[in-house]
Design a protein around this ligand. Structure first.
Ligand code: MLC
Ligand code: AMP
Length: 577
């Protein structure tokens, strides 16, 4: 079959990179793959997809896949784009019922899996599906393939794109459609802002069904010719050992081959930094010394935190441990990719701030009380003298197209523009803008056109029904829905409980069903067991309180912000680092 690929910007970029440079390393096995073999392998996999489908026109069809964090994942994602289809990466950690929902909702025409996740694939395929997708098990690439020539022709990307599922203010996750033009715009914006380069070597420890792991830590480095080293699932001890490896003397290295390169780029969620800080002191002294060297600014060029608020104690502890590596915080969302970011200059990594709108992103604040746009210079309310808090609204080429098959939700989350331009996406996050002395003056050429003016500081979210736990977004309504389906539960409120380790923990306040639980006792363990087949582990409440009454207002609504303070008082700040 044809060895041609459509002329998508990502393929053009890959074709330009040094073919002998490394694209992917599997950290544990040391297996290495080169840029020169990537497009040939993408072509082969795209052709296998065509063969399985029995046709070569799959434009806009949804192709879901269950593949481990590896070169095979990279090839599969690109192969689906090459078929001008929409890639739907699935989390292998999800129970079959959650996967079934995504396959049904996305109307996937094909499910791909690796051999490793064939059992998960078969399990979901054995559930009641609206439409049974074709199933194809892909074989593993071994690396070292000859560099097959691939022709790029036909610039029309068609409907190629990616769809990520995200929980929100509705009770079932929504499909966020990111056309490849949006993915490309996001990658360009980040390369401009953070200067990804071929010499960058990323350590990748994040799941690959979210924007953070896919766009920031995979798609963008592919554009810039960087090396991605997969080490998944995240394990703090393994990360420390990997970071240390190039800085140990020969007698300290248990297995010196193959030699490990220094990690220059690390992008993770605050919980990961918290775990690393907590475990560092448990390392043997030689590893402690080598890891401190590894994360010093001289070696680790950039360590980024995002997906949830970065607590200042974590930021400070990382700076101390690394002799001056200041975490760069940025703000993003599945629907918009990365939107705001601090700058490369150390002075532009301001505590508590998420920085400025990234290149190509237009941002505004809309007063949460008056709905008026807070124009630059109007950040202080002249009558009260207080800062005006506003919802962050965004537009530009990096914003998603739509919620899949959900025009109502799409319309609801966009505010029409008054200047004839495109509508603004309403993030639901609330922030203030403040001038910061000494920041926003960087002379670094890549920073001059966007790290200027007042900086954004996030205050929180508009909705108490969205919980961020360890960087995972969880919908309180989705959990309530599943809990109400259990015979033990008569009433339930799911709340965000503040936590040092997780940012927020999922908490449940339950009134038991007296008929089904006559003894009136239900433990957290029993709850977890009951929910295990219905929800992925991070959505299952970590803390449970059984009560006789849940206070509601005259409209029957629960004030969750008050309730969490009343009920979970003792859980507050119990597990800070
Ligand atoms: C795991 N657990 C969690 C959890 N992750 N509980 C709450 N919240 C989480 N996020 C549970 C496990 O089920 C387990 O419970 C217990 O905690 C310990 O598990 P673990 O194995 O030690 O945890 P681990 O697997 O190491 O996961 C921690 C983590 C992971 C922080 C590495 O959660 C993670 O990768 N988070 C990042 C998610 C992410 O990529 N977010 C980006 C979204 S995009 P039990 O009972 O089984 O013992 C986005 C936009 C943007 O937000 O701006 O980037
Ligand atoms: P998700 O829907 O999983 O993409 O999560 C997006 C949400 O994560 C945003 O709407 C924010 O609430 C939150 N978020 C991302 N980055 C940050 C940050 N740096 N500080 C605070 N919240 C953040």
């Amino acid at each position: 079959m044809a060895s041609t690929l459509p002329q998508l910007p990502v393929f053009e970029a890959i074709a330009r990179h040094d073919p002998n440079s490394t694209v992917v390393i599997h950290s544990n096995s040391g297996r290495t793959f080169r840029y020169g073999e990537l497009l040939g392998d993408v072509c082969k996999t795209r052709n296998r997809i065509y063969e399985k489908a029995g046709k070569t026109d799959l434009e806009g069809e949804r192709i879901a896949f269950l593949i481990e964090n590896s070169y095979d994942y990279v090839v599969t994602l690109l192969a689906v784009l090459a078929a001008r289809s929409i890639a739907v990466p699935l989390s292998p950690a999800f129970p079959a019922l959650e996967l079934q929902y995504i396959l049904n909702h996305s109307e996937a025409s094909m499910l791909l899996s690796s051999a490793k996740f064939a059992p998960q694939a078969k399990k979901v395929l054995s559930t009641q599906l609206n439409e049974r997708p074709d199933y194809l098990q892909l074989s593993k690439f071994q690396g070292g393939a000859s560099h097959e020539p691939v022709t790029l022709e036909g610039a029309d990307p068609g409907e190629a794109g990616m769809m990520l599922y995200t929980s929100g203010t509705t009770n079932r996750p929504k499909g966020v459609l990111l056309p490849q033009s949006v993915m490309t715009a996001q990658a360009h914006s980040l390369i401009h802002a953070w200067e990804y380069a071929p010499k960058d070597h990323l350590l990748h420890v994040l799941p690959l069904h979210h924007i953070h792991g896919t766009i920031n830590a995979l798609f963008t480095p592919l554009f810039s010719g960087s090396t991605i080293e997969f080490q998944f699932p995240f394990n703090a001890d393994a990360v420390w050992r990997r970071l240390a490896a190039p800085f140990l003397t020969p007698d300290q290295v248990p297995d010196p081959s193959p030699p490990k390169k220094p990690i220059t780029f690390f992008t993770v969620v605050p919980t990961v930094y918290s775990r690393l800080l907590a475990t560092h002191k448990l390392l043997p002294p030689d590893l402690q010394a080598a890891t401190r060297l590894a994360i010093s600014p001289r070696n680790l060029r950039l360590s980024i935190s995002g997906s949830a608020a970065l607590p200042t104690p974590i930021k400070r502890s990382w700076t101390d441990l690394s002799s001056g590596n200041i975490l760069l915080e940025r703000f993003g969302m599945t629907e918009v990719g990365m939107a705001l970011s601090c700058g490369l200059s150390p002075a532009d990594r301001v505590d508590g701030s998420v920085g400025w709108p990234l290149p190509g992103v237009e941002a505004r604040l809309v007063d949460i009380e008056t709905d008026a746009i807070i124009q630059p210079g109007q950040e202080i309310d002249p009558t009260t003298g207080r800062e005006r808090a506003g919802e962050i609204q965004l537009r530009g080429p990096t914003i998603f197209r739509e919620y899949w098959r959900n025009p109502e939700a799409t319309a609801k989350e966009f505010a029409p523009a008054t200047d004839g331009g495109k509508a603004w996406f309403k993030t639901g996050d609330v922030a203030v803008r403040r001038p910061v002395a000494g920041a926003g003056e960087s002379d670094i050429p890549s920073q001059r056109d966007w790290t200027r003016g007042d900086m954004y500081f996030i205050l929180g979210r508009r909705s108490a029904d969205i919980i961020k736990s360890g960087g995972e977004k969880v919908s309180a309504l989705e959990i309530e829905r599943e809990m109400l389906a259990l015979p033990q539960v008569a009433e339930v409120a799911v709340l965000a409980v503040p936590s040092g380790k997780w940012g927020q923990k999922v908490g449940a306040v339950v009134i038991l069903d007296k008929e089904n639980v006559p003894e009136g006792r239900w433990s957290a363990l029993e709850m977890r067991r009951a929910l295990k087949t219905r929800l992925v582990n991070y959505k299952i409440p970590q803390v449970l309180r059984v009560v006789d009454h849940i206070p509601r207002n005259a409209m029957g609504k629960i004030n969750k912000k008050l309730l969490v303070k009343e009920i979970f008082q003792d859980e507050f700040s119990g597990d800070e680092i």
